[in-house]
Design a protein around this ligand. Sequence first.
Ligand code: NAP
Length: 298
Amino acid sequence: MAQIIDGKLLSIQVLEQVAHEVDILKAECGIVPALAVILVGDDPASQVYVRNKAKRATEVGMLSLEYRFDADIAQVKLNRLIRELNSDPTVHGILVQLPLPDHLNEDEIISAIAPSKDVDGFHPQNVGALASGQPALVPCTPQGCMIMLRKVYADLSGKSAVVIGRSNIVGKPMAALLLQANCTVTIVHSHTANIEDFCRQADIVVAAVGRVGLVKSSWIKPGATVIDVGINEIHEEGRRKLRGDVDFQDVEPIAGAITPVPGGVGPMTIACLLLNTLKAAKKKNTSLKLDDMAFEAM
Ligand code: NAP
């Protein structure tokens, strides 16, 4: 039986630590970390994500600012808002909920956010800093996966890791973080032949694909750790359910540790978003260092 890495529980621990540090920031410096979230259009999934982010931000004592626009908003208007938020010293984190409607240039909008407030970690400056091992705001989902992996391994050094998927928001930053932790990293994607052969060699498999139940037990080395980033909606017995990229029932008996879906990586993503907002607020305003040790010890 595999160790189930409980993302719900772990995310609560991260959020408690964030709330504790927000209290210190308020008491010692009079600063309330503020997260501005911009939502364009009425995509139901995006509305749920934005609502959850705002709720959690408030719960940890942060200020949550929401900017909602119709799907036909002009790019110039969005750019103007981002410029205003960039220069507002009371705003510490800015997030534009993706995806955006087709007429908007996503790259241009992400690049318009001040790198120091880019709590999603998608700005080219943060991407470059992560790739070159410099301090950066790191994308939330891979950051959450690393906290989960540290629950399994005291030291990741020398582990072999396979990341399935090479997106800018998950696969690539995940690989960069594993490399930084001294893992030997392979990235596989839709053009890779015999993916299962790569996975079978790995101590750690991270699946970030978007294909229900793609990863089977025959892909996994006995005792390996399997991190399932995938969130796929299925309809079963007339009900809507969420499933990962890993066939959990099949893989769990052979894995050493595994994340469930739901209740795995998903809750860690929001927790890391608020951790990034806290980091941004501290960096901008105080000489107080984030208690990295407290987070790494989780
Ligand atoms: P994405 O941008 O669509 O990227 C998917 C990646 O998977 C691509 O690199 C693609 O390869 C690769 N791929 C597709 N089919 C494949 C196959 N059959 N075999 C091997 N590789 C394959 O997706 P994403 O944004 O990274 O998200 C991936 C999954 O994670 C989705 O289910 C998403 O909903 C979920 N997600 C979850 C969270 C969370 O908080 N838990 C956060 C973000 C995303 P190519 O590059 O060659 O096309």
